[in-house]
Each structure stands twice: as C-alpha cells, then as structure tokens.
Design a protein around this ligand. Structure first.
Ligand SMILES: CC(C)(COP(=O)(O)OP(=O)(O)OC[C@H]1O[C@@H](n2cnc3c(N)ncnc32)[C@H](O)[C@@H]1OP(=O)(O)O)[C@@H](O)C(=O)NCCC(=O)NCCS
Length: 345
C-alpha cells in the first residue's frame, strides 16, 4: 500500500455525473439444494419452493477459506477488472454487510489490504438486507461532496453462520444463502449518469421481528427466549412478510414520485430477493413486465446485502442492462430498514 499523499485526488471539479463502470460478484462453491436440507431438518423441497420460490442456495465453507472478506475480495476484484481500473485508483470503499467476519476490523478496511489500495476512506455500514442500497446512496453523497472520484460499493454477507440447520431453525434457515456483489462508481463528465432519486428508512419499533441475539440478555421478545437460539436468527416470518408486501409497492411509488417518473420509465427493477411471493406482489401492483423485474431467488436464496449487486452483475454482464438505462434498486430488511436508489447508468 502506498502512502496517502502519493495520489490523493483533487476536487471532482467539472465531473458532474457518476457512472457505474464495473460490476462483480462471488459465490461460495458449495451449492445446497432443498433436497439436501431434507436430510438435516424436517422440511421438503415442495414446502420451501411453494412458500418462497427457493430451490437452492450457496453456503460458505470456512474450512475452505470462504468468508465474508474472501467473497468481498473476489467480488471487488471482478468489479475492478470489469471497470478496467487498478485498486490504487480507488478513493473510497463502502461495504454494506451485517455479517463481518469479526466485530473489528470491518470488511471494507480489510479490502484496502486484500485489493491493494492506497490508505483511503473505507468503512462498513449495517442496514441488514438494505445494506447495498444504503451503501450506494452513501457513496454517491460522499462523491458529490468530497473529492472522491472512484468508489467501490459492495453488498456482502455470509449470513448462514447465524442459521440453525436443524428443525429448530427451519423457518429461517431454508431462506438464506451467502454471496458477495460489488460495483465501481466513477465520476464522469456526463451529467446524465448517476443517482436520480433515493429513499432511506429505518424503524426500530420493528426490530423484534428479525434479529440475532448474541447472548441470553439480548432476546427482544420474552417468548423467543431459548438458549439454543443464541447467535441464531430469530424471525417472525409472517410479520416480516406483511411488512414487505406493503412496503415494496409504497417504496416504488415514493421513488417514482420523487423522480417524477412513471413505472414504464424505469428499465430495470432490481429488488432484494427475500421471497418470490413478496416480489411478484410488488411487480403485479405496478403491472411491471417480468423481463424488467428480476427474480433469481430460486438459485441463490436470500443473500442479504448481496442479492441486489449479484443481479446487477449478472444483468450487466448479460448485456440486458445497457448504458443510458434507468435502474431502480429496492430493498427491505431487519431493523426494520427499507431503501431505494434510482440510477441512470
Ligand atoms: C418464512 C416464511 C416462508 C414462512 O411461511 P409461512 O406461511 O408464514 O409459514 P409459518 O411460519 O406460518 O408456518 C406454517 C407451518 O409450516 C411449518 N414450517 C415452518 N418452516 C418449515 C419448513 N422449513 N418446512 C416445513 N414446514 C415448515 C411451521 O412449523 C408451521 O406449521 P404448523 O402450522 O403446524 O404450526 C414466510 O413467513 C416468509 O417468507 N416471511 C418473510 C421472511 C423474510 O423475507 N425474511 C427476510 C427478510 S429480509
């Protein structure tokens, strides 16, 4: 790592737009199907597929060196390569994660070493499944007010370390998978590129519906208490389901209103993959065609902060997202949190 003084950027000056110039993603090698889960808990492929749309997910293997940091590094390297950018050109890293490998140091901090950046601004933020959307909005705000020309924004989580893969934890364990996704943002002279509208919300009154108690004093509902659930996801699925089904359409409407656009004006809706039924309800409410509203939960499950950048990477590489398109990112998650970010790419 070279000293900060060697290449600290000047003010952005005439560069008035911000473009997404590269994307990347990473998945653990191990793929676990619903049928595989039948051997460790009382469940069935049919139950999981009908209630959630999930068929398989990838689960990290710590013994093979897979971790939140390793997935973040791979996703970051792929995004930098796609951008044609060297790591020492980065000025900022913002990583949305709720599962850093340890309380400190954070994942973004570790990335400065694993990617080989200068001594730049790098930090994690925790907005659960909304983490990547919060990170995009935060990076954009910093780039427009401070002299950061190139930023790496990530959503990375290994949430399965908090899943109970037995019948005790079956309601939530079947939902989740691990992954990492990233994109490189770059200041550009093209003012048409960048953030068009955004929204960020938090409501701690709903915290008790989805949380991870770290010791016996941390149970948010007395009736949740069970020593076996310490460091395991505690989720009241139907409360989250109702919250999500009402929140997603409101969030789409709020973001369109802020941008003064109609649903047809947006080319791609990239939503957090939580449950196929929640997603199709939001899609139907606005009559959004299926080819504009991606659902890949069948193959990856709910990968928390990684679900949106994973789709962004896949759809960018496939050529379906083209320069000039309008892309809306939408997420909700524990906290409760919910957020949107509408871009012209
Ligand atoms: C989790 C979720 C799929 C559960 O579906 P549901 O219809 O609410 O199911 P319930 O929790 O009411 O359980 C219904 C029954 O299935 C059983 N069940 C729960 N998990 C099961 C599983 N994996 N396999 C088989 N049966 C299961 C329950 O024990 C219950 O049985 P009972 O009626 O005999 O008591 C659904 O609530 C959901 O998707 N919620 C949103 C969660 C979410 O998105 N979280 C992440 C937010 S970012």
């Amino acid at each position: 790592m070279s000293p900060e003084s060697s290449a600290a950027p000047d003010a952005i000056g005439s560069l008035s737009g911000i473009a997404i110039v590269g994307t990347g993603s990473a998945l653990p090698k191990r793929r676990v199907t619903n049928t595989d889960l039948e051997s460790v808990m009382d469940t069935s492929d049919e139950w999981i597929a009908q209630r959630t749309g999930i068929r398989s997910r990838h689960i990290h293997d710590p013994e093979a060196g897979e971790s939140t940091a390793s997935l973040a590094t791979l996703a970051g390297q792929h995004a930098l390569k796609a951008a044609g950018m060297a790591a020492d050109q980065l000025d900022l890293i913002v990583c949305g994660t709720m599962t850093p490998d340890m309380p400190t140091p954070g994942i973004a901090n570790l990335l400065t070493a694993s990617l080989g950046t200068r001594t730049i601004a790098a930090f994690d933020l925790n907005a659960a499944c909304s983490g990547f959307v919060y990170a995009m909005n935060t990076a954009h705000a910093l780039m427009t007010t401070a002299p950061y020309r190139n930023a790496l924004v990530l959503g990375v989580d290994c949430v399965t370390r908090f899943c109970e893969f037995s019948t005790l934890g079956r309601t939530s364990a079947i939902l989740f998978g691990d992954a990492g996704g990233a994109c490189v943002l770059s200041a550009t002279e093209d003012p048409s590129k960048g953030l068009i509208a955004q929204a960020m919300h938090s409501d701690g009154c709903g915290a008790q519906h989805l949380y991870i108690p770290t010791d016996k004093h941390m149970f948010l509902n007395a009736e949740d208490y069970d020593e076996r659930k310490i460091n395991r996801i505690v989720m009241h699925g139907s409360n989250i389901f109702k919250f999500a089904v009402s929140t997603f359409p409101k969030l789409i409407g709020q973001t369109l209103d802020k941008a003064n656009l109609t649903p047809d004006d947006v080319d791609h809706y990239i939503c957090h993959q939580s449950n196929a039924r929640i997603l199709s309800t939001a899609r139907d409410r606005f009559n959004i065609p299926e080819d504009k509203f991606y659902i890949n939960i069948d193959r990856f499950g709910n990968t928390v902060g990684a679900s949106i950048p994973l789709i962004l990477d896949q759809e960018t590489r496939s050529g379906r997202i083209k320069p000039g398109d309008r892309v809306m990112f939408l997420a909700f998650g524990a906290g409760l949190t919910w957020a949107s970010s509408l871009w012209r790419v």
